[in-house]
Design a protein around this ligand. Sequence first.
Ligand SMILES: [Zn+2]
Ligand SMILES: [Zn+2]
Length: 218
Amino acid sequence: MAHQHLGEFGDFSLSVLVTSPPWYENCYLVTHRPSGALAVVDPGGDGARLREAVATIGATPAMILLTHGHPDHLGAAAEIETAFNIPTRAHVDESPVIAAASDLNRAFTGQPQIGPARLETFSGEPVEHLGGAEIRVIQTPGHSPGGVCYDFGPFVLTGDTLFRGGVGRTDLPGGSERKLWDSIDRLLGMVGDDATLYSGHGPAWTVAEARRWWAMAG
Ligand SMILES: [Zn+2]
Ligand SMILES: [Zn+2]
């Protein structure tokens, strides 16, 4: 399946490429249209398809962003780094998870995995830049210790912290149910009322829908 164009959001154009089984992970391609700069968020696999999607979109990759370091979110990072000469950026607290991704992948699939070779870490909640636009980093530990969400304003990429009608698992190394709950509380208080939430697996939902659901579930 080719990548899918999800829409135009202000200066941003958003597309998704769903990776192959068994993970069906949502890799998001965010283009800052005024500059043509593109961020590849969570390149979980299917490197050749991703490169083809980037070529079709016709933008210039500037960086890879990771919401977190599980193997289903970074399997194609090394290939994309090399293909476009770009770094991979992630929260520093996620470094041990990224380092262990190959082992975790082997545990799940029997196969080792090549991790990012050009990892750049950030700490706290910096503002990331894409072609002059600002991306707010929101720390959301719980599914993993250094998990983050990327708030572009009209949309937020929530990784495996929050799915439509569900939350991320907390049984993997470094996971914490209490922290995840606190993170979701805080996240839903920070994001814009009219924003759309795009998660690491499955369909999107609105902040309004998420808040209603969380008020009942949380
Ligand atoms: Zn995960
Ligand atoms: Zn995932």
